[in-house]
Design a protein around this ligand. Sequence first.
Ligand code: FAD
Length: 333
Amino acid sequence: MNIADYKDVYVFAEQRDGNIQSVALELLGKARQLADDLGEKVVAVLLGKGIAAKAQELIAAGADKVMVVENDILEHYMTEPYTQAITQIIKEQLPSIFLIGATTIGRDLGPRLSARNVTGLTADCTKLEIGEDRQLMMTRPAFGGNLMATILCKDHRPQMSTVRPGVMQKATPDASRKGEVVNYEVTFDMEKINRVKLVKVVKEDKVVADIAEAKVLISGGRGVQNKEGFDKLEALAKQLGGEVSSSRAMVDAGIMDHSRQVGQTGKTVRPALYMACGISGAIQHLAGMEESELIVAINKDKFAPIFNVADLGIVGDLHKIVPMLTEKLASMK
Ligand code: FAD
């Protein structure tokens, strides 16, 4: 097959329990820009059981076409059936670009798909653009975040990339957008699928807030010191209707859960307000939060690098400033 035969920007529309995941809508926003630059279409690939009604949500978010594959074995994510279904779509439809969210599912699915379709995959991209020669330029941090590498996949198709939740921006949904919905028939190789059986789906019982979805994040670093320090951040977050997040230093210290870590090896966040308390501003931390709309930093070291990205900086002791802010906000209510 010739590279020129491949066209359109495809997005894996990840769903869980029938709910389209936010990252899929973010990828559709980016796919729309890429497809417009190429003069091509955006195609969403939606797999599951009883999910066809969700196609309109994908069209409203930017898709021109939705390929729906409905099957009992696609109800819950499993590597082999999902890989088989999407591989059939790739081989028959010849997409030029295929984008996947870097979720636990996407991180499992992406490498399988790229291997089976003999193409490359650039993981955890932070920027996607179309280059002069219509190639997809996939940029991601390299060497521990100290430089950004732009990777091209010149000789193989599709050009595949995973992107973490929160990195790209969703387009404003437009319910009046029209698109095509195709019910796609897939022939499964059951012998391979039957090698693995899904016995039970066990959900985590604690409800963990997703910091990537929070509008306000009060984030603590080593300067917060301990659990009691985080209680102060929690009280401020409560006043502002936000969540508490953390630098890796406090996750490594066992004080915060990894699900709340912001940064290169944690989550990428883009809240309306990110308040960095006792965080120095290491490059790996900035990689996860510098796109926040308003960054406020509290640090006792006026030379801390976090002040280089902060819109508002407060030099001082967070253990005094945070309770003062909480008290002030409470008194204003
Ligand atoms: P520190 O750098 O120790 O900074 C503490 C800050 O608190 C200092 O600036 C200090 O002045 C200030 N302070 C102390 N006491 C007070 C006080 N009472 N009031 C006000 N300020 C005070 N880090 C991440 O965060 N996320 C990641 O995803 C991540 N991934 C990484 C991946 C790799 C491959 C590597 C090599 C590193 C990664 N790191 C990550 C670690 C990163 O390099 C830093 O070590 C880490 O971010 C530092 O955390 P910190 O700012 O909390 O601590």
